[in-house]
Design a protein around this ligand. Structure first.
Ligand code: PMP
Length: 423
């Protein structure tokens, strides 16, 4: 059987067999690179340029009260400016319909995902007794590994994880299907696969932004989830009292109220510091596209400092585009037994031109049948093995983060390019 050989100046490793020579003298050769998590560090250099324009100052006496929006008895913990910024950014980018919807801020995806599930399962159970059984939750393989893990951890009496939606089509009864589009891990655009009347769908649209995929129409679904982590890259603000915001947009008032109650009871609301920061960042993103002379028909004589940087989505699409190009070149030149998914360009309404998808993760297949995690481990990479994305997903797949920092990505390319096929 063919095997893959890793051969660099300092290391020689047969991936299918034993390590032959590994007397690395270079510091870099010994560094283990973590491509497992979807850490969006590539956004650092963008935000560094506008540190001052986008900083938020919070005085010791600020934001003491629980109440920031006393007029809204249901959502008194949510700043009106935060809601407006979310609606504005969706309107300007055109990726989702957010007007006349409830906007519910939360602390990270686990909170809102599980909160949405509880609310939906409760609503379903109120209209359909389901024989007292838990509501099945499914998602087509390969699916984001978090869903099953979080649901199983939850041990809920209301819902249970039943894995691959493709194997659920023949079953009957109510269910919840999660549709992740573009999909994590493989970047594909997805629609529901079960399509039965008794089902409800949660759309996880974390990556439905122009830096990852062409925006072909505004998403207009009952339950949609987005996250700042993948929009602007502010994933780490959940540390301590400052959170970043993930929001759910709900059309049905009853479900929204149930979600709101869940949030009230489980987290005692989301932090105002995080809402302030998200508001600042989202308004900066929208300002750029609404008021930057570059995008305006009548150009003002002086360009404000704020607009000297390129738009966030042009930056993100450019950086990811270059990375995908380099990765494909390495795969074609050096490692013909490794396959990457192909994506066709589509017209992006936001960019006003044809753009190619540049997903946040590379879904790498080792066609020679190797265990991808094993290969990556020998190259001193941590990636997420295919088996974590569904029980029928082969171990010859691995998910590698494309949103990390430059040095990790370059090392990834360097080490990958040292793989050779041997008989
Ligand atoms: N949904 C999808 C599809 C994701 O890939 C991620 C991050 N990996 C999330 C949600 C969660 O993002 P966060 O927890 O940072 O909100």
């Amino acid at each position: 059987m063919e095997s893959l050989l890793h051969d660099s100046k300092k290391t020689l490793v047969t991936i299918n067999g034993i390590m032959k020579d590994h007397n690395s003298s270079s510091e870099n050769n010994n560094v283990v690179i973590n491509l497992d998590h979807g850490d969006p560090k590539m956004f650092y250099s963008y935000w560094k340029k506008v540190d001052n324009e986008c900083s938020v100052t919070i005085k010791a006496s600020d934001l003491i009260s629980y109440f920031v929006n006393p007029k809204e008895a249901d959502f008194f913990y949510q700043m009106p400016g935060f809601n407006d910024a979310i609606r504005r950014v969706h309107r300007v980018i055109g990726n989702a319909v957010a007007e006349d919807r409830y906007i519910i801020g939360g602390t990270g995806s686990s909170q809102l995902f599980i909160t949405a599930l509880r609310a939906l399962a409760l609503s379903i159970k109120e209209t359909n007794s389901n024989g007292g059984k838990r509501i099945p939750v499914v998602c087509a393989e390969p699916y984001y590994s978090y869903y099953g893990e979080a649901i199983e951890q939850e041990r809920s009496k209301l819902f249970e994880w039943q894995g691959d939606a493709n194997t659920f089509q023949e079953k009957s009864g109510p269910y919840v299907e999660v549709v992740t589009s573009p999909n994590n891990p493989d970047g594909t655009i997805r629609t529901p696969v079960v399509n039965r009347e008794e089902g409800v769908v949660i759309y996880d649209l974390a990556y439905y932004w122009p830096h990852y995929t062409p925006i072909t129409s505004p998403a207009d679904y009952d339950v949609m989830l987005f996250t700042m982590s993948k929009t602007s890259g502010h994933a780490g603000s959940r540390v301590g009292v400052t959170t970043y915001y993930r929001w759910a947009i709900i059309r049905d008032q009853d479900t929204a109220k149930k979600m709101k109650k869940q949030i009230l009871l489980t987290s005692i609301r989301s932090s105002h510091e995080g809402q302030l920061r998200a508001t600042k960042i989202l308004n900066f993103i929208a300002d750029k596209y609404e008021h930057d002379p570059y995008y305006m028909v009548e150009k003002p004589s002086k360009v404000p400092k704020l607009f000297e940087v390129e738009g966030l989505f042009e930056y993100g699409h450019r950086v990811l585009g270059q990375r995908w190009e380099k990765l494909r070149a390495v795969v074609v030149q050096h490692t013909p037994r490794i396959r990457l998914p192909d994506f066709s360009p589509s017209f992006c309404n936001f960019m006003g031109k044809l753009t190619s998808p540049t997903p946040a993760f590379a879904w790498v297949e080792f066609e020679s049948g190797e265990d991808a995690e094993e290969v990556m481990r020998k190259l001193k990479f941590q990636g997420r093995n295919g088996s974590r994305f569904g029980i029928n997903v082969s171990r010859r797949y691995i998910r590698a983060n494309m949103m990390g920092d430059d040095s990790s990505f370059n090392l990834f390319l360097e080490r990958l390019s040292s793989l050779r096929i041997v008989d």
